[in-house]
Write a protein that binds this ligand. Sequence first.
Ligand SMILES: [Cu+2]
Length: 151
Amino acid sequence: MERYFFKKISLNLLLMTLISLSLFACSNETPKEGVEVTDAWVRKMPPGVPNTAAFMTIKNHTGSPVTLTGVAMDSAGHVMMHETKVVNDMAKMEHLDKVVIDKEVSFKPGAKHVMIMGLDMSDGADSYNITLHFENKPSLDVSAQVRDANQ
Ligand SMILES: [Cu+2]
């Protein structure tokens, strides 16, 4: 009986050690570094509509604020950062010179967005490349998937 009890305790200890080891392993499995962009997409527009917008989430893992100073797209005429704001019940788009990313900033419909003017989507491309320019940091190329707005 005593021996069984001891075995049980040591098994529990072993399990606890394994669990804490695996937790430790998990938290260290994918160390995120630098600036990470997720869920980048471009709103699909009907033929003949040259202006659209792109959205994405930018995550800053550097530990200090990162400043986004501009956006560029080879395939479009003009690209800039905008923010939609509601003033007196009217939605207005404001131009943004820069966006400071502390931990995470989301560009999403009705808020900050990448304004794209003069993009010909008639080629039916699945995705477009968008370049993000940062202050004191290398630029980042992002592949934005073409998506229907209501998808
Ligand atoms: Cu806009």
